[in-house]
Design a binder for this molecule. Structure first.
Ligand SMILES: Cc1cc2nc3c(=O)[nH]c(=O)nc-3n(C[C@H](O)[C@H](O)[C@H](O)COP(=O)(O)O)c2cc1C
Length: 119
């Protein structure tokens, strides 16, 4: 059965180690007949979570940036692939900022296959 695969490529280096592995994952998934999209996080406008908790009631963020569309796609996907370089023993700030912004609908991010690529 064909699955919707969303690859979140989290390094600022296009074609770098993480992005290269994302492309390898994408090639394999496409060859297996899956519907694959890769998002290069660094190209997107994603502001920090302000922890205002308005989203607790609205399930939407008051900030209008690219995260609305990314979060919709994350929830629609059957398979999530998150790639990040290691920056000082942690994931890259861009990736963490994106993960924090899943707060409005994080409870919907379930029943998925999840792959983590760390370089
Ligand atoms: C700000 C910064 C912090 C880093 N911290 C670490 C680290 O703690 N441990 C490590 O092994 N490599 C560290 N590195 C190296 C990167 O993790 C490594 O080169 C990675 O493969 C780069 O991935 P990319 O090609 O996808 O950008 C750091 C690089 C940068 C730019």
């Amino acid at each position: 059965m064909s699955k919707k695969v969303l690859i979140l490529s989290g390094s600022p280096r296009k074609g770098g180690n993480s992005d290269f592995l994302c492309d390898a994952f994408m090639k394999g998934a496409q060859e297996a007949g899956h519907d694959v999209e890769k998002i290069f996080i660094n190209d997107k406008k994603i502001s920090y979570c302000r922890a205002c908790y308005v989203c607790r009631h609205t399930h939407k963020c008051f900030q209008k940036d690219d995260m609305t569309e990314i979060l919709d796609k994350m929830i629609e996907a059957d398979v999530l692939v998150l790639a990040s370089p290691v920056y000082f023993y942690a994931i890259a700030g861009q990736v963490k900022t994106m993960l924090d912004r899943t707060l409005p609908r994080w409870t919907e991010l379930k029943n998925k296959e999840f792959y983590y690529i760390l370089t």
